[in-house]
Design a protein. Structure first.
Ligand code: HSE
Length: 435
């Protein structure tokens, strides 16, 4: 232990993660210091809400003005936990310019400004650690960045959002509606301040962008990711999927198809024997395929104050050790490489699909649908006419599973099917995940 040196931190943002970090320090300070090899002090805590002052202890200073932190020459590490893009981006970049290392849990700012943030860190020889930005307590960033560095990464797929996974788990297990499930999870401290970031797939896309940028050594921008959320999920599809041996999960999925990279966030039917099928509630699961290591699966709590704080505290320890050993910022944690990937439009990709139509219950309906699908080269693997979950006033559900098909062709066929007079409601199609 270097008892002459004290590393000083400032924490900006005392929400569920920030307050958990404070509690961990309160409880485990001695163990943390042993791991760092030096003394460690939370010098300042900053939050725009003055009532958060009641959470601090042992002479830590409180401020509502983050500029005080940035300009304090004694602060070695700024821990940014406010989330969102502004003023988080300004806090991170100004802190680096003022000579501070950064720990952040902020997936939005990293996915939006990956290039600028890492170029700046490089220029000022500062380190930016961000383990908590993806999958909270699961050390997937370090694994991808360091442990799997000896591989070409071939695919990255994950349940990356605890909130949507909790909603889908409740709908599956308790057959409750989307709205009921959403209400039930809103007080658990896992959803974003604006829950639409979770349910629209945006949060998953930010995390997929970060993992892919590390894995494929090129900044994968949000605009290159096809993003669909779970807002339109219907209980009947969960129910039908189950009856065929599948569960519905929101996955961030990326990989290589015909030498091009693809990135998508969408609902998938996952087979019940898939590694993803039993990842429930706020848990996340990530499957990474490397050219040499094969497939590796990570699972654990992907949301929640303490799960994320676990990663934040680990990052603080890593940086503190680097500072003590006088290597902090000398080697970049992430090199920004201005390489362009060849990106595939997701609709050009092929996949297997689940289709649901609500149609009149009369002879010849299936033939009409099958005829259009055939014209667009969509081949049917199986057909089911299921009892509706709730009695419909008019119509019956017809469920089809397809063979491998180009999504573009399927969309064209569905557009035509919509115009059939026997089809009563908009059709639903969901991709099927195959490992
Ligand atoms: N709202 C996020 C989630 C928090 O539900 O996964 C963790 O990033």
């Amino acid at each position: 232990m270097n008892s002459f040196k004290t590393i000083k931190l400032a924490i900006i943002g005392i929400g569920s993660v920030g307050s958990s970090v404070l509690k961990i320090f309160q409880k485990n300070k001695k163990i943390i210091e042993e791991k760092c090899g030096c003394r460690i002090e939370i010098k300042t805590v900053c939050d725009k809400d003055p009532s958060k002052q009641k959470l601090i202890f042992n002479g830590t200073k409180f401020t509502t003005n983050y500029n005080e932190v940035l300009k304090d020459p004694e602060i070695d590490i700024v821990v940014e936990l406010i989330g969102g893009i502004h003023p988080a981006y300004e806090i991170i970049s100004e802190s680096v310019k003022y000579g501070k290392h950064i720990v952040t849990a902020n997936k939005a700012v990293l996915s939006e400004h990956w290039d600028k943030i890492f170029l700046l860190a490089n220029k000022y020889n500062k380190t930016i650690y961000f383990e908590a930005a993806v999958a909270a307590g699961i050390p997937v960033i370090q694994s991808l960045n360091e442990g799997l560095a000896g591989n070409n990464i071939l695919s990255i797929t994950g349940i990356l959002n605890g909130t949507t996974n909790y909603i889908l788990s409740l709908m599956t297990q308790q057959k409750c509606s989307f709205d009921t499930a959403l209400k039930r999870i809103q007080n658990l401290g896992i959803a974003e301040a604006d829950v639409s970031y979770d349910i629209s797939g945006y949060d998953t896309a930010c995390k997929l962008s970060i993992l892919s940028s590390l894995g494929y050594s090129s900044w994968v921008k949000l605009k290159d990711i096809f993003i669909e959320g779970i807002e339109d999920i219907e209980l009947q599809d969960i129910f039908f999927a189950e009856s065929f041996g599948y569960k519905i999960k929101l996955l961030g999925h990326s990989g290589i198809y015909k030498n091009k990279y693809f990135f998508e966030v969408r609902k998938f039917l996952v087979p019940k024997n898939s590694v993803f099928a039993n990842i429930n509630n706020e848990y996340n699961g990530i499957l990474i395929e490397g050219s040499n290591c094969g497939k590796i699966f990570f699972a654990g709590k992907g949301a929640g104050g303490f799960a994320a704080a676990s990663a934040v505290v680990s990052d603080i320890i890593c940086i503190a050790k680097d500072i003590i050993n006088a290597v902090g910022g000398r080697a970049q944690y992430v090199e920004y490489i201005p390489k362009k990937l060849d990106i595939l439009n997701i609709k050009e990709n092929e996949g297997y699909f689940y289709l649901r139509f609500i149609t009149l219950d009369k002879a010849g309906v299936l033939a009409k649908i099958a005829n259009i699908l055939g014209r667009y080269n969509v081949s049917i693997a199986s057909v089911y006419q299921k009892e509706p979950l709730l009695k419909l006033r008019r119509g019956v559900p017809i469920i089809l599973l397809t063979h491998k098909t180009k999504e573009k062709n399927l969309i064209s066929a569905i557009k035509k099917i919509k115009n059939l007079d026997v089809v009563l409601k908009p059709s639903v199609y969901i991709k099927i995940f195959s490992e």
